[in-house]
Design a protein around this ligand. Structure first.
Ligand code: UP6
Length: 273
């Protein structure tokens, strides 16, 4: 299969959120998503302001912020415009359709109103997609399914992963791709079937250049390893901001540029093959 550039894929993608992400990657020469898993509002916003120029996407877990207030979201949106990145709340929805629609639209965080992309576990079946789509589709949002996980002993393998891909394919007006560890295009299709015309985005956590894992089951691969496996976006958290305590903002900036360069050179190598 011919390796397609982000720009070429952007031109043809039917989903607005996917198109916007692919265009941003191409424009900024960055397939880096920084995962900002810190608990203080000030650290959260400072890190985003400093990594902003190097990323296509900022991934949040807003429910871990201790001093959360709605103005954080307004500032996040300002930073998203200032630095030209999209926002991905890593909510990992996992309930019945009615409940996830409420969790997505309402509560303190009102995720659908500001997060271009969010994600869900496929474990409840297709109704989780229709529930989330009832809120997110009219807003032009995109959904990722967790088809695989980066953790040791993950149960999301084999037929579970395959069924996740089939669910996504059946709802590809709203599902734009996966959290996974390799390309998901063509999975679960009969090889005699029509040509493989999937264009799923694969966003991949568990990326680090210096260590192989943590003490709680996380496993890391390098940007080059995951790009070669067919992933599109590298998600990096602690590799960029360390342990989160006493954030050294200059070191954060240097690491963001280091991971951006590593992700982009891995992509350019694949383009030249
Ligand atoms: N994440 C994973 N693995 C998955 C799915 N999501 O690590 O399979 C998320 C975590 C965290 C980030 O919730 O926010 O990606 C990884 O952070 P790290 O780079 O600091 O390990």
């Amino acid at each position: 299969h011919k390796f397609r550039s982000y720009a070429e894929r952007a031109q043809k993608h039917p989903n607005a959120a996917a198109r916007a992400l692919l265009e941003t990657i191409d424009r900024k020469k960055s397939n880096l998503c920084v995962s900002v898993d810190v608990t203080a509002k000030a650290d959260f916003l400072n890190i985003i302001d400093v990594v902003g120029p190097y990323v296509c996407l900022v991934k949040t877990h807003v429910d871990i912020i201790e001093d959360f207030e709605p103005s954080i979201i307004a500032t996040l949106q300002d930073l998203s415009k200032k630095h030209d990145f999209l926002i991905f709340e890593d909510r990992k929805f996992a309930d019945i359709g009615n409940t996830v629609a409420l969790q997505y639209a309402s509560g303190v965080h009102k995720i659908a109103s500001w997060s271009h992309i969010t994600n869900a576990h496929p474990v409840p079946g297709p109704s989780i997609i229709t529930g989330l789509a009832s809120v997110g589709k009219p807003l032009g949002r995109g959904l990722l399914l967790l088809a695989e996980m980066s953790t040791k002993g993950s149960l999301a393998t084999g037929s579970y992963t395959e069924e996740a891909v089939k669910m996504a394919r059946a709802h590809n007006d709203f599902v734009i791709g996966f959290i996974a560890q390799r390309s998901m295009n063509g999975i679960g299709k009969n090889p005699d079937d029509v040509e493989d015309d999937d264009d799923f985005l694969v966003l991949t956590p568990g990326v680090g250049l210096d260590v192989k894992g943590d003490a709680m089951g996380q496993q890391y691969r390098t940007p080059e390893e995951v790009l070669t496996a067919g992933c599109d976006v590298i998600i990096v958290g602690r590799g960029i901001y360390g342990k989160g305590a006493d954030v050294d903002i200059q070191a954060v900036q240097a690491q963001a540029e280091r991971y951006r360069a590593a992700g982009w050179s891995a992509y350019e190598k694949l383009l030249q093959l």
